[in-house]
Design a protein around this ligand. Structure first.
Ligand code: ADP
Ligand code: MG
Length: 383
């Protein structure tokens, strides 16, 4: 631990009353927008771990027992590591409550992190979860072969199936929120800070429309006569929480009836990253640019239809955005410099079919997590 981090840890331990009776922090494992996460030993899980004995009654430490004595107790001596998520006090109480509540509800899947306990001291809240060993995404995303990608995706979609079956949208699926251990082929979904329960009070024209044809588009396009001057219509608002580059098209088009399918899109973006070996694949700072990025791949025609599905309009004069766009297969070939001498393997083609079904602009036609697990790309994978 570097001196700055140690100072931060000491400060945290000092400010949080009695935390040192429960945990010994041994390092920092992550820092997000809304939290710092520390790796710690749970002192109560195995009172010998720290070589000090904690008297539960008086909450005092006693001198270490001899090793022989400890072994004769026959207890498991494995350290129990936990991740302590210190949620920044600038987060609203509702937000913190929401995260803890959802975590509590989502116990029961080996691919979703569980909540051990939570503490509050003054305005500071911490969540304690099992520590999950993982590798930084940037260190492995270029190296995984197709069977390894299948294992990763199987783990991720298993987590999503579980979360979605509970009626919860994660809203922030991305590599830093899916902790993956390459050696075990297992991943755990974390960070329910933006998650929400699926609701049916939202309104959007996509609710009444399954498909929009080109003819519908001609008849309904509100902008056929050009862009309105002094547009008096109230601007559309929708939940757009998430991370740049991973937002589904319906989030960008401000759909007010967003479903669990937004997570499937983001998982598709992760797969696109693996196959194209580019990270981040999409990287626009704002939603309009993100729509343009998307249009560069999918083309104007599909973007117009997708926009209309959510009552929006898509038009652009950018010459590099073609009418038909490009297939994801071509994108992957370009990104990985494929040619006649190193064409895509058949297993990569199955991966591409799966990719297309997850990066489907129309969320109603996009795979669900359950369907994804039954797709040929994932169905045969045994973790
Ligand atoms: P934030 O809401 O700030 O993004 P996260 O819950 O995503 O917080 O945690 C931030 C980082 O901390 C993660 O990307 C990961 O590196 C690390 N982390 C979170 N939970 C765990 C855990 N249970 N085990 C190990 N590391 C974790
Ligand atoms: Mg996070």
């Amino acid at each position: 631990v570097c001196p700055e981090t140690q100072a931060e840890i000491d400060q945290f331990m000092k400010s949080f009353r009695k935390l040192d009776l429960h945990f010994k922090i041994i390092g920092k494992t992550g820092e997000g927008t809304f939290s710092s996460v520390y790796k710690a030993i749970d002192l109560r899980y195995d009172r010998y771990v720290n070589d000090w004995d904690l008297d539960e009654r008086t909450a005092e430490y006693h001198s270490p027992r001899s090793k022989r004595q400890r072994l004769s107790h026959g207890k498991e001596k494995k350290a129990k590591y936990v991740a302590i998520k210190k949620i920044y006090v600038t987060s609203s109480p509702q937000r913190i409550h929401n995260e803890l509540e959802l975590l509590k509800d989502l116990t029961g899947s080996k691919n979703v992190v569980s909540l051990i306990t939570a503490f509050r001291h003054m305005d500071q809240v911490i969540a304690v979860m099992p520590y999950f060993r993982h590798v930084d995404f940037r260190d492995y995303f270029r190296k995984l072969d197709i069977p390894e990608i299948q294992l990763y995706m199987r783990s991720l979609f298993t987590a999503l199936k579980f979360v979605h079956a509970k009626g919860v949208l994660h809203r922030d699926i991305k590599p830093t929120n899916f902790l993956y251990d390459c050696s075990k082929g297992r991943g755990v979904l974390v960070d329910f800070g933006l998650a929400e329960r699926e609701s049916d009070d939202g309104t959007c024209c996509c609710l009444g429309t399954a498909e929009i044809s080109r003819r519908d588009l001609k008849n309904h396009s509100p902008l056929l006569g050009g862009y309105p001057k002094n547009d008096q219509r109230p601007s559309k608002r929708a939940n757009r929480a998430g991370t740049r580059g991973f937002r589904a098209p319906e989030v960008l088009f401000k759909c007010n009836a967003q479903t669990t399918k937004i997570d499937i899109w983001s998982a598709g973006v992760i797969l696109l990253t693996f196959l194209s070996k580019r990270f981040p694949f999409f990287n626009s700072p704002d939603d309009i640019d993100a729509i343009i990025e998307m249009a560069t791949v999918f083309g104007r025609a599909k973007m117009r239809i997708c926009a209309a599905l959510h009552g929006a309009t898509f038009e652009t004069a950018i010459p590099t955005i073609t009418e038909k766009g490009h297939s994801l297969g071509r994108i992957v070939e370009w990104a990985t410099a494929r040619g006649k001498d190193n064409p895509l393997h058949p297993e990569e083609k199955t991966a591409l079919q799966f990719l297309e079904a997850t990066l489907e602009l129309n969320h109603q036609r996009r795979l669900s997590a359950d369907q994804a697990l039954r797709h040929p790309f994932l169905a045969q994978i045994v973790p």
